[in-house]
Design a protein around this ligand. Structure first.
Ligand SMILES: [Zn+2]
Length: 286
């Protein structure tokens, strides 16, 4: 081995050693969250996981979702930046760790409410890559539930399958605002078939939600939008379903459909949508 290659090798070894020290000394930077005002007394917290809605009342705060376990302190700090009221209720949109992961730390001080299926999915470990120590809601509902606090109402509905088999949409009637959970998230849908999701039912579920009287939409991930934005998202889900169904009926293989999804929808090989959504779509859209 030449002297230069030995030098290169030691430089590489040093680099990995320093990277390893940096990793072990500082495993994760504290989560950076931002809080934005949506309406009077309604805020949303973005960053690291799903969007959290914050409704302030004179008798306590209602949250929609609580991100990951690691975000607990940062969420509380953001809530404290707008009110001194304690968090009393958390309405959960679904069982995924980036929306329900904070339950474990909140459960001793707040009532957590989810669909019956979202609770079941946590208990049955339906999310293969979920963080350890997930805590399910202790109050559940099947069709509809309301929380009345401080003269305000927050209503959760289950309209059917979509992203999972337990997605709640959370409605603030007085503020004409809807939190969709991951029924609207990102640019193309993640259909969690292992968690009971369905691309066929997804649009029907959103059509039922569209019948509510609202103007503002807080999606599961991404910027706050409006009813027209949700309609566009719904139409894009329908378009994806039609395109993939067409390919399957032309006799295209799973690999060929995967290539189409990478080219047109930027689904990367081995990504979560490829793992969770593609095999299920091949079966459901046959
Ligand atoms: Zn999700």
């Amino acid at each position: 081995m030449s002297r230069t290659s030995i030098a290169r090798l030691s430089a590489a070894a040093l680099f990995f050693l320093l990277a390893w020290i940096a990793y072990t000394q500082n495993p994760a930077a504290p989560p950076q969250l931002t809080i934005n005002k949506v309406k009077d007394d309604l805020y949303e917290i973005e960053g690291d996981g799903g969007n959290v809605a914050v409704l302030v009342t004179r008798e306590g705060v209602v949250l929609v979702d609580d991100k990951y376990d690691q975000d607990h302190d940062a969420i509380l700090a953001k809530v404290r930046s707008v009110t001194d009221q304690p968090v009393k209720y958390i309405l959960t949109t679904h069982h995924h760790g980036d929306h329900s992961g904070g339950n474990a730390k909140f459960i001793s001080s707040a009532q957590i409410i989810s669909t019956a299926n979202a609770r079941k999915n946590i208990l049955e470990h339906k999310q293969g890559n979920a963080p350890a120590g997930m805590e399910p809601a202790r109050l559940t509902f099947t069709d509809q539930a309301s929380v009345f606090v401080g003269g305000k109402e927050v209503r959760a509905y289950y309209f059917g399958r979509g992203h999972t088999n337990g997605d709640a949409v959370v409605y603030f009637p007085e503020l004409r605002t809807l939190h969709t959970g991951d029924l609207m998230a990102g640019t193309s849908p993640l259909i969690d078939y292992p968690g009971g999701g369905s691309i066929v039912e997804w649009t029907k579920t959103l059509d039922a939600a569209m019948k509510l009287d609202f103007e503002t939409v807080i999606p599961g991930h991404g910027a706050v939008t409006n009813k027209a934005g949700l309609q566009t998202y719904r139409d894009n889900v329908a378009k994806l379903r039609t395109r993939v169904s067409g390919l399957i009926h032309e006799g295209k293989s799973k690999d060929e459909v995967a290539k189409f999804l990478t080219a047109e929808y930027h689904w990367q090989p081995d990504s979560l949508p490829m793992q969770w959504s593609l095999p299920g779509m091949m079966t459901e859209l046959k």
